[in-house]
Design a protein. Structure first.
Length: 346
């Protein structure tokens, strides 16, 4: 409360750029949708750029740590009136209005603790946005709950196509529990698409308990290799890196505490690939036409699919495309000359 309520009066007071890193250029459809979001919702936003995956029409999406609801209202337009977006936050009392940030150190019993005003900002603008979008009934809702305990908020098994998260998993002490819950609520073939902060090594106790570094979203950063092991334990496909940007620390004292550890803001995508879906490497051809990505789909840092172009993929990527919402966007052929990239898709 002291750090966010007194020391940080404006964004310029931040000592790092951990949660203000922009992602890759936004498609026009996303830029246009952002212009339709209420100015108060946008003003109360705090996160790592935008976490907006592709191919969203009619999808059911869950946003972990929805804050003021900016991403939810963006997605509400992209999924359309037949889709649905759920935002979930833990609200506990009146703290300060800063979405995606937590005043609690890792030892706190409340791993995701957002102010009531953030949730109320999101809720009070539902009618405004539905009218703005021309929807007959709301396709967005905001719930109170822990991202480690989604069942307590009434979220059922295999009920969502996509789970997104924007710079909040670093604030949860039990990151495996977050991924386990995301995996549980995803449908077979579903995706977790999320941005967060990662460290080049496991953090010392001194760093993990440092008040300012916690507030700056660094003290809770996951060692990037641990993401891969946790994802495997939970049951996800290997993480696919989408984008990554180095985090700068403009404070000599903090640099001394951190030492030689380095941090990045990164976006990953994980898929819940059904058992038995892997049938070896293959060749894929992107049909084109996904809104905002009609001619070219930059899937991750390793794969860019151009309309009509044959691309060799390994067994993991072939299984992802075959079992996910992208299946109808590709022509997928097994075998052929698709062995060159075996094991290197993500």
């Amino acid at each position: 409360q002291d750090y966010y309520g007194k020391e940080l009066q404006k964004s310029e007071d931040l000592k790092t750029n951990a949660c203000v890193t922009s992602a890759r250029p936004l498609p026009k459809a996303v830029r246009d949708a952002l212009e339709h979001v209420h100015e108060e919702v946008v003003a109360r936003y705090y996160g790592c750029g935008l976490v907006i995956p592709e191919c969203l029409s009619s999808c059911r999406i869950l946003d972990l740590g929805s804050g003021s609801g900016r991403d939810c209202y963006l997605l509400s337009q992209l999924v359309g009136e037949q889709g649905h977006v759920t935002g979930i936050d833990m609200t506990e009392g009146q703290v300060q209005c800063r979405a995606g940030a937590s005043p609690h150190p890792p030892s706190s019993p409340s791993p995701f603790f957002l102010s009531s005003c953030q949730v109320e900002v999101a809720k009070k603008h539902i009618a405004y946005h539905m009218d703005k979008f021309g929807y007959q009934k709301p396709n967005v809702e905001f719930l109170h709950g822990y991202m480690e305990k989604l069942a307590d908020a009434g979220l059922a098994d295999e009920s969502y196509d996509i789970v997104i998260s924007n710079c909040v998993i670093n604030l949860a002490p039990d990151k495996k529990a977050v991924l386990q819950e995301a995996f549980r609520v995803l449908k077979p073939g579903g995706e977790m698409y999320f941005s967060d902060v990662y460290a080049s090594q496991r953090l010392s106790e001194t760093v993990r308990k440092h008040r300012v570094l916690w507030g700056e979203c660094l003290a809770g950063a996951l060692y990037w290799r641990d993401l891969y092991s946790i994802a495997e334990e939970v049951g996800f496909s290997p993480p696919c890196l989408v984008t990554a940007s180095p985090i700068t620390i403009g404070d000599k004292e903090l640099e001394g505490i951190i030492g030689d550890c380095r941090f990045v803001s990164a976006t990953f995508r994980l898929f819940k690939v059904p058992g038995g879906s892997q049938a070896g490497p293959g060749q894929v051809i992107y049909n084109g036409g996904i809104v905002g990505h009609e001619r070219e789909l930059v899937f991750d840092a390793n794969f860019t699919f151009k309309e009509g172009e044959v691309v060799d993929v390994d067994a993991e990527m072939a299984a992802i495309l075959r079992s996910s919402r992208f299946a109808e966007e590709f022509l997928i052929r097994a075998g052929a000359n698709a062995t060159a990239l075996q094991g290197n898709s993500c």
